[in-house]
Design a protein around this ligand. Structure first.
Ligand SMILES: [Zn+2]
Length: 298
């Protein structure tokens, strides 16, 4: 998802609150806290709910080149409303020896993010988080780095993100406050090299310049957190080649999405997708000319 920074998030919320009664509430929406535990090999993980997000089916986000009617046809085939696309906003907590690692931080408390309550439901408080693993620097993934006072929300955590993404954040004027607040805690990496026991960042370009996923491996079991390689479990999988308005580089974005989905359908490893229906864990299967989501651990 996009809205690069708090300013645009707040605009989205303001627009939503001005919508006439009965109209679509596009943008982030608060959701009850939720934490779901599961095991991967010898590791314990939790998916944590942050919020919901409604994207209007207006040809600006999903199916930019295909048009709203084509998107509506896919949604209607799945029995869903056709005027918008429902997304979840979730994060993944991974407990590895000596580390409590949180992959992405949600929208943040200023934009309806409820991640801290979900973290508490999992049995942890922010000061216990040792590592924040960031997939990319859009507001629905880094908004939760700061608390309502603009200070680091996870006071003891190292913030890990790709060197390319960190360089890009620093060119965004809207991120100046965030850069100042988290700068001393940032540790950058090059994708492909393990950064914590069993966790390796994987370059998945296109959505943002330094966008990564995280491959987690334990006792032969594997899971890939795909970040924003795919946003909708329906539209992004059925037609991965459609242009996605949230992708910074739409051509690289669709090629990365196609390659990642093809790889996941072949390996059949577990997937965590932060914007698929909570808890966002399942597998990718080939289906027709695209792919389908098989939710669950099996
Ligand atoms: Zn996103």
């Amino acid at each position: 998802m996009t809205f690069r920074g708090a300013a645009l998030s707040l605009l989205t919320i303001a627009a939503a609150s001005l919508a006439p009664a009965g109209a679509l509430t596009a943008g982030p929406i608060a959701a009850p806290p939720a934490a779901e535990a599961f095991r991967l090999g010898g590791l314990k993980l939790f998916t944590l709910r942050d919020a919901r997000y409604e994207a209007a089916n207006d040809g600006r986000t999903f199916g930019v080149d295909a048009g709203p009617a084509a998107v509506a046809a896919l949604l209607s085939k799945s029995g869903l409303p056709t005027d918008h696309i429902d997304l979840s906003v979730d994060a993944l907590l991974v407990i590895v020896p000596g580390h409590v690692a949180l992959i992405d931080t949600g929208l943040g408390p200023k934009a309806h993010g409820g991640l801290i309550a979900s973290l508490k439901a999992a049995g942890f408080v922010p000061a216990e988080v040792t590592d924040l693993l960031i997939t990319h620097s859009h507001g629905d993934h880094i908004g939760g780095l700061l608390d309502t006072a603009g200070a680091a929300a996870f006071p003891k955590a190292t913030v890990r993100l790709s060197a390319k993404e960190w360089a890009w954040i620093q060119t965004q004027a809207s991120s100046a406050g965030l850069v100042a607040a988290i700068g001393p805690k940032v540790k950058t990496f090059e994708p492909g090299v393990p950064i914590l026991p069993g966790i390796t960042p994987v370059a998945l370009g296109g959505h943002t310049p330094g966008h990564v996923g995280y491959e987690i491996v334990s006792n032969g079991a594997r899971l890939l957190d795909i970040g924003d390689s795919a946003h909708s479990s329906i539209v992004s999988l059925a037609r991965p080649e459609w242009t996605m308005g949230f992708d910074n580089d739409p051509v690289a974005g669709k090629s990365s999405r196609r390659d990642t989905l093809a790889m996941l359908a072949k390996t059949h490893e577990l997937v965590f997708a932060p914007h698929f229906p909570f808890p966002g864990v399942g597998r990718i299967e080939a289906s027709g000319e695209g792919y389908a989501w098989k939710a669950g651990l099996k």
